[in-house]
Design a binder for this molecule. Structure first.
Ligand SMILES: [Zn+2]
Length: 358
């Protein structure tokens, strides 16, 4: 992954991630398309991604006469090639028996349908993630663009619809490789057995809705998805289709729940390296957001549109696609303050949104 701090990544890292001493697993990451054993019945594999964030970690847990897989990679050839290599070299000739998806982003679920068809493995993911992906794939890029255009302009980013469609591209849908059938929609509080261990399913939110983590309390292992990453602050954005949402409130609430895991928990993140120091990492993420909230609150002594506040959040000019991610994150912080009663939000008859203290 892009280990340099504060990089702008496709995953939406827009904050510097101060490196606090996390205790990384003393194992080099597996080569792309290879897996290594990191615990009894538990393997770590890496699928390369053709983007700035250059890999996703996937986890293979011994299950029945084969494997339970957690997350898949994108529907891109470079990812399929990695899977061919894994099947040849690291699965021991055994099939996938279950595909568990932490969430509905394409790097996590893009190959779910392809792998489901190859292995006949049922797919488990949150019902909300499955439904929203289905809706997304069924909506034309033009219709998605129009909603997004209204959102961005309402928050002060003046951009022509055509320029927006060009900048966001129509490629996003293809990364999904279709929607797999949903065999089971687990929710938080359920348990499953894999690798001979009991895993509590912990539902989190904020990075997206219906994000599922798996926690083995006995052996103190957390499969964290994108909810907690060692060097990247997970993207927390208000999206155009839920403009009044408070994803930052959901994200911070979810961190508080994960903080209850055992202090020595081995965290298996979707990007970066496995580490111990979950509570320290949560504290860094939380203080990051608290600092941003304080800065925004101070800047809103006068009435402001979200777009004007990007320099307050990021302190540097942003280009291209990063501006869209940045605006979504800025609105997430502003909506948090609004939901909290610290800011008032007004929407005029033209749909222009402003925030002001009090
Ligand atoms: Zn991800």
């Amino acid at each position: 992954m892009s280990e340099h701090r504060g990089a702008l990544t496709a995953e939406g890292e827009l904050y510097p991630s101060p490196r606090r001493a996390l205790d990384y697993l003393e194992t080099d990451p597996p080569e792309p398309g290879r897996a290594i054993e990191i615990g009894a019945g538990l393997r770590w594999a890496r699928i390369p991604l053709p983007m700035e964030l250059n890999h996703i970690n996937v986890w293979l847990l011994a299950h029945e006469d084969g494997w339970m897989l957690v997350d898949t990679g994108l529907a891109e050839d470079v990812c399929r090639e990695a899977w061919h290599s894994l099947e040849l070299n690291d699965l021991g000739g055994r099939p996938l028996r279950r595909i568990f998806l932490t969430h509905d982003h394409p790097d996590h679920m893009g190959l779910a349908r392809w792998l489901h068809e190859r292995h006949g493995a049922p797919v488990w993911m949150s019902g909300i993630g499955h439904a929203s992906t289905g809706e997304y794939l069924a909506t034309s890029p033009a219709a998605l663009g129009a909603v997004r255009h209204g959102f961005l302009n309402g928050h002060g980013m003046e951009i022509e619809l055509e320029a927006l469609l060009k900048a966001s591209g129509s490629e996003h849908g293809k990364w999904f490789g279709g929607l797999p059938p949903l065999a089971h929609a687990p929710s938080g509080g359920e348990r499953l057995v894999a690798a001979g261990r009991d895993w509590d399913i912990i539902e989190t939110s904020g990075h997206c809705r219906g994000h599922l983590c798996l926690y083995d309390a006995q052996h103190e292992v957390l499969i964290a998805g994108d909810q907690v990453l060692p060097t990247i602050s997970p993207n927390v954005s208000v999206l155009a289709n839920r403009p009044d949402a408070n994803p930052l409130g959901e994200f911070l609430g979810s961190l508080a729940r994960l903080e209850q895991c055992a202090p020595n928990t081995l965290v298996l993140p979707s990007h970066g390296r496995p580490f111990r120091g979950l509570q320290r990492r949560i504290e860094v993420l939380r203080s990051h957001h608290m600092e941003q909230l304080a800065n925004l609150r101070a800047a809103c002594r006068e009435r402001r549109a979200a777009y004007e506040l990007l320099p307050v959040m990021y302190g540097r000019p942003l280009r291209g696609y990063h501006r869209f991610l940045a605006l979504g994150e800025t609105v997430a912080h502003l909506n948090y303050l609004w939901h909290n009663g610290d800011l008032t939000r007004t929407v005029d008859s033209a749909g222009r949104v402003h925030f002001v203290a009090g």
